[in-house]
Write a protein that binds this ligand. Structure first.
Ligand code: SAM
Length: 335
């Protein structure tokens, strides 16, 4: 297919924000949950939501145009495959990511000019504090953030296929969130034990995830600050989608803390969207600007930049394996 002419291509980029806002509204109003397994008219939905039928009809019609919904007012609106992913409590749901994108990330993107002109963090500019302090004092946003991260089922399921954990003794997931990834890894290999290490409030929520998987016997939860130390006793340290939140100095602290508790031959596995010359850069570069806006020094990195951080911390990069959604797993060995 030919590329659209420049004006149309640019316009499509610009109105992408309108589409994203409308998808956010649908998720926020839980419209996909209300359409699960049934077609409904806007009048019917509006009555349940306390919304204005004509306004809702036009929004649903746009969502059908975006192929998030299908149908129309006569037949009723229903969910497409994309729309199903906006439901709560379904495998692979990205509803929480849509809410995070439509709220904290949206407010931050609205200040991209501020960041360009001052270099200051857009997130701090609009929220008055940095990301993780904000999450510490906003439990609802914090749960949404954790669920948005752990919604990456497809990615997590591929991690044990990309790296064989059966020879590991104890796997420590540094910044392990609510334990979804470690739970997936432990379910794939019977031998290893695990530790989920994260901010104290976050590991409290991980308990439910691990007990739902029947893994409480094999896994412990530790709260703390990875900039100060990480739990000792592991031979395999996983750092998934976390280094991009931090400056090089902070990454050296996190990796250095892993080096301090490991011995030669132990592993650090870093999961990141690496900027690679031969992959579509749109996701990694969008994430890079997001990190510019919402963190103090976080960034997407190339493979060589990761290698350098690892070498400075006492690890040698041995292998890189591709994962879904342009992620990679970088396998490093303590030297
Ligand atoms: C972007 S999330 C990634 C979560 C998970 N590893 C994943 O791949 O979905 C970053 C994680 O780092 C944790 N974190 C942030 N600052 C931390 C700190 N100082 N000490 C420990 N964990 C921290 C956050 O709570 C969050 O769970």
């Amino acid at each position: 297919m030919n590329k659209p002419a420049a004006p149309k291509a640019l316009l499509n980029i610009v109105i992408g924000e309108w589409a994203a806002r409308t998808v956010y509204a649908a998720a926020k109003l839980r419209i996909p949950d209300l359409l699960a397994g049934q077609r409904r008219t806007s009048a019917d939905l509006a009555a349940e939501l306390g919304a204005v039928p004509e306004a809702l009809r036009r929004i649903l019609r746009y969502l059908a145009g975006l192929e998030v919904l299908d149908g129309d007012e006569q037949r009723g609106f229903g969910l497409t495959e994309m729309g199903q992913l906006l439901r709560t409590e379904v495998t692979g749901s990205i509803r929480d990511f849509v809410i995070l994108s439509g709220e904290e990330w949206h407010r931050s993107w609205s200040q991209v000019v501020h960041t360009a002109q001052t270099g200051g963090q857009a997130f701090e500019h609009v929220h008055g504090t940095n990301l993780f302090s904000y999450l510490d004092s906003n439990p609802e946003a914090s749960r949404t953030f954790d669920r948005a991260m752990s919604g990456s089922v497809k990615l997590f399921n591929e991690v044990p296929n990309a790296y064989d954990f059966s020879g590991a003794g104890t796997i420590v997931d540094v910044g392990g969130g609510n334990g979804e990834l470690l739970g997936t890894i432990l379910a794939s290999a019977e031998g290893p034990r695990g530790v989920v290490f994260d901010r104290p409030d976050v590991v409290a929520a991980a308990e439910a995830e691990l007990s739902a998987r029947g893994l409480t016997e094999r896994c412990t939860l530790v709260g703390g600050d990875f900039l100060r130390s990480v739990p000792a006793g592991g031979d395999t340290y996983v750092i998934s989608r976390t280094l991009h939140n931090w400056s090089d100095e902070h990454c050296l602290a996190i990796l250095g803390n892993c080096a301090a508790v490991t011995k030669p031959g132990d592993r650090v596995l870093v999961i990141e969207r690496v900027i690679l010359p031969d992959t579509d850069p749109r996701l990694s570069l969008a994430q890079d600007v997001l990190m510019l806006l919402v963190t103090g020094g976080g960034r997407a990195r190339t493979k060589d930049e990761h290698r350098e951080l690892m070498e400075k911390s006492g690890f040698a990069l041995r292998e890189v394996h591709a994962l879904p959604q342009d992620f990679s797993i970088l396998v490093a060995e303590r030297v």
